[in-house]
Design a protein around this ligand. Structure first.
Ligand code: SDX
Length: 428
């Protein structure tokens, strides 16, 4: 598709704006001169029709249910790749050679330890603190420890900070879990895979050797791949906006974690499993479907719907299959999975959900697998943040190295009081 132009006419004055085409996906109208030319802003709360940036990292086709990372379909990456390889791909733009992957994996594994002082930081939290609260605090605190990788103008420091964040998130997440159950922290081990290391730090104890179960390791690695990046979602946009002010990378990722926590976003996996458990048995599903359709009831079916996907979330398809595989291989039978499948079947036959194109999203099935592996629901969004860190970091690096990058500063439609004079309290 070629480039064209769009005309905007306000008050009889017409001005033209360049229309740009990407590799694939909707064209964009470059309106950067609109306000200077017309004195008017666009109005798009929630950014439903707004491209905030140009990116080469991830592409989503919501109507076709397609998700590409640097052009590679998510189902192929989930089935054939590894989280370390997908991390390299997201950061560098191409799949690594065997030697490049070995070097990257070696580098990441040697950044997995945390400054020992940070374990003291954990002790300031209550034992029942939500692990996401701990993640927000500890990741933000990293900038107090790693001063040699906070100069965002230095590409080398950006790379070191990127590697540190990807490497340390599993350690931070595992420590948050250990702290919540009163067990000692385990140090990372360089002889284990990225995901195996995380599983051992989470479920291992000093009293005995922890043997990584390859079934669980594979399922966890697949879950990390499926959560790695997703275009300009709310938390990634938060990271980009924080980074546009020149904030250090640790502060930017802490901002992303805070945004991801919301139940409309990454917090939906915890909310979805809690909802499935509250529903309990399939006979209670109609009651919840009715509530989700009731305009006066704020309840929504957690794990359903998506701003972009108006077809199946391709990640949900992979997770739905993985849920059955993991439970079968673990010899587990979780009635919640039966309820989830029945809820999906009923919802997808209901006109309300069909008309509004509300399909299961990435959060609908992930909780069933994570619960089967042994994670409490409070850890679900922590795992989402762990995996999404590579996406946030890749998008942050892309934003910082964009020569046209400016500080993000949206405007508004002001409908408040017109100018008026102050009135002394005795005269009010
Ligand atoms: C993630 O952006 C990303 O890429 C996010 C993510 C990623 O990888 O980063 O994919 C991860 O956040 C997945 C989404 C997880 N959230 C949930 O599962 C929470 C439940 N879903 C909804 O809150 C909602 O679907 C959103 C927030 C996901 C999307 O909301 P939109 O695009 O703003 O759409 P909307 O809220 O305007 O809903 C459109 C209509 C509304 O009805 P009307 O006002 O038009 O009558 O659909 C209804 C909504 O009421 N609707 C639902 C519903 N989701 C939307 N009704 C019942 N149950 C739902 N789940």
């Amino acid at each position: 598709m070629g480039d064209g132009s769009a005309k905007v006419e306000i008050g009889g004055n017409a001005t033209d704006y360049k229309v740009r085409s990407g590799t694939v996906g909707p064209d964009v109208i470059d309106i950067r001169k609109l306000y200077a030319n017309t004195g008017a802003f666009t109005f798009d709360p929630g950014f439903t029709s707004t491209a905030s940036c140009e990116s080469t990292i991830t592409y989503i086709d919501g109507d076709e249910g397609i998700l590409l990372h640097r052009g590679y379909p998510i189902d192929q990456l989930a089935e054939q790749s590894s989280f370390m390889e997908v991390s390299y791909l997201l950061l560098n733009g191409e799949l690594p050679s065997k030697a490049e992957l070995e070097k990257f994996t070696y580098t990441i594994s040697r950044h997995t330890m945390l400054h020992e002082q940070l374990s003291t930081f954990y002790r300031g939290f209550r034992r029942d603190a939500h692990p996401m609260a701990i993640m927000c605090g500890v990741v933000g605190a990293l900038s107090a420890f790693y001063h040699d990788s906070t100069d965002i103008a230095d590409p080398h420091q950006r790379m070191v900070a990127s590697h540190r964040l990807i490497a340390k998130m599993p350690t931070i997440a595992a420590m948050a879990y250990k702290y919540s159950i009163g067990q000692p922290f385990l140090y990372p081990r360089n002889d284990l895979s990225y995901t195996g290391n995380f599983l051992r730090m989470t479920f291992g104890v000093p009293a005995e050797e922890y043997v990584v179960d390859p079934v669980i390791e594979d399922a966890m690695d697949k879950i990390f791949i499926l959560h790695a990046d997703h275009e300009q979602n709310a938390s990634t946009s938060t990271v980009r906006l924080a980074g546009s002010s020149g904030a250090n990378p640790f502060a930017c990722i802490a901002a992303g974690i805070a945004c991801l926590w919301g139940p409309a976003h990454g917090g939906a996996n915890e909310a979805a499993l809690n909802m499935l458990r509250e529903i309990g048995t399939p006979d209670r599903i109609p009651e919840y479907i009715a509530r989700a359709k009731n305009k006066d009831d704020p309840f929504r079916l957690m794990g359903f719907g998506h701003r972009v996907y108006k077809n199946f979330d391709p990640r949900a398809k992979v997770l739905s299959k993985a849920a059955t595989e993991v439970l079968d291989k673990m010899g587990r039978n979780d009635p919640v999975l039966d309820t989830a499948r029945e809820l999906e079947r009923i919802a997808l036959s209901d006109p309300y959900f069909i008309d509004k194109k509300l399909y299961p999203n990435v959060d609908f099935y992930s909780g069933v697998i994570l619960s089967a592996i042994g994670f409490p629901t409070t850890m679900f969004t922590v795992l989402f943040a762990l995996a999404r860190t590579v996406g946030w970091v890749a998008q942050w690096n892309e934003m910082i190295s964009d020569p046209e990058q400016k500080i993000g500063r949206p405007r508004q439609l002001y409908t408040g009081a017109a100018m008026r004079d102050y009135i002394q309290v005795g005269k009010r």
